[in-house]
Design a protein around this ligand. Sequence first.
Ligand code: X2X
Length: 342
Amino acid sequence: MRIWKPIAVIAAAAALVLPLAGGASAQDYKDEYRVSTVVPPPFPWGIAAQRWADLVAERTDGRIVMKLYPGAQLVQGEQTREFTAMRRGIIDMAVGSTINWSPQIPEMNVFALPFLMPDYAALDALTQGPVGERIFELIEENGVVPLAWAENGFREVTNSQRAIRTPADMEGLKMRVVGSPIFNDIFSALGANPTQMSWADAQPALTTGAVDGQENPLTIYTVLKMHELGQTNVTLWHYVADPLIFAVNQEVWDSFTAEDQEIVRQAALDAGAHGIEVARKGLTDGDESLISEIEGYGVNVVRLSDEERQAFVDATRPVYEQWTQTIGADLVKTAEESVANR
Ligand code: X2X
């Protein structure tokens, strides 16, 4: 059909203006919304993101179609640029790690303070308490709409060289570290030799032995079969955990009707709850089956005694104190209180 051009132009202009004038309409929706993640299913992270997309498709009768773009591919694998890309609308939505967004929101490093959170109850006390509220406020102030939490998990240290029981065992180990510079500082304080790299680069580095070790949740370890990559020493030290956040670009959010906003939010909450369940499966006090599975591969799994763990706490204390300044002493105090009162 031929449309008289000025009318088409007016119609296009109206389409741009109308949502702002109130009442977003489902007709304005994109054919597809791009959801960034670092890892796909069957990693719990990818499962959470896919569940979000599935629930939204189902509950909007296909009005909103969300597609996963894992591997941080929308930012060429540079996962620490994900948040900025979402703010600018290059990415519509994301399920992202606090680690990867911390370069833009330094307060997110609170989750990376070494040994702040001893257990899942502590992690929940942060995400579900005043710390989580503050992090969501900061995301909003940055022009992104946060909806719900999920979980990558407690990050355990692995390597191909030797069992790690004391900070001295770390001496000289070439470690791949992630995103935020706090990780460089932690591993340097422990005497290791850290190199920061993206997840995309980490996988070949582990395969070729360019690095001796890495740190990631055990679900990442098992899905990637890291024991086959020579990572035969695992130390359960629970030094940090990275929660995940479901979020949407502000303009995309504003383009949704109020009804659809509610659906997208509730779906994120539901997918987050499911994702947390999957992320913790086999890793809780009552069910350590994932750890047994890893031991079954002949991997040496080291469990630290309280005293052994304390040596790592002491060795990384200067990093904790230094980063408290960057994060903000008030927020760190709130976090410590949340943990103490969990
Ligand atoms: O890069 C990592 O180590 C990963 C997959 O855990 C994150 O994106 C934080």
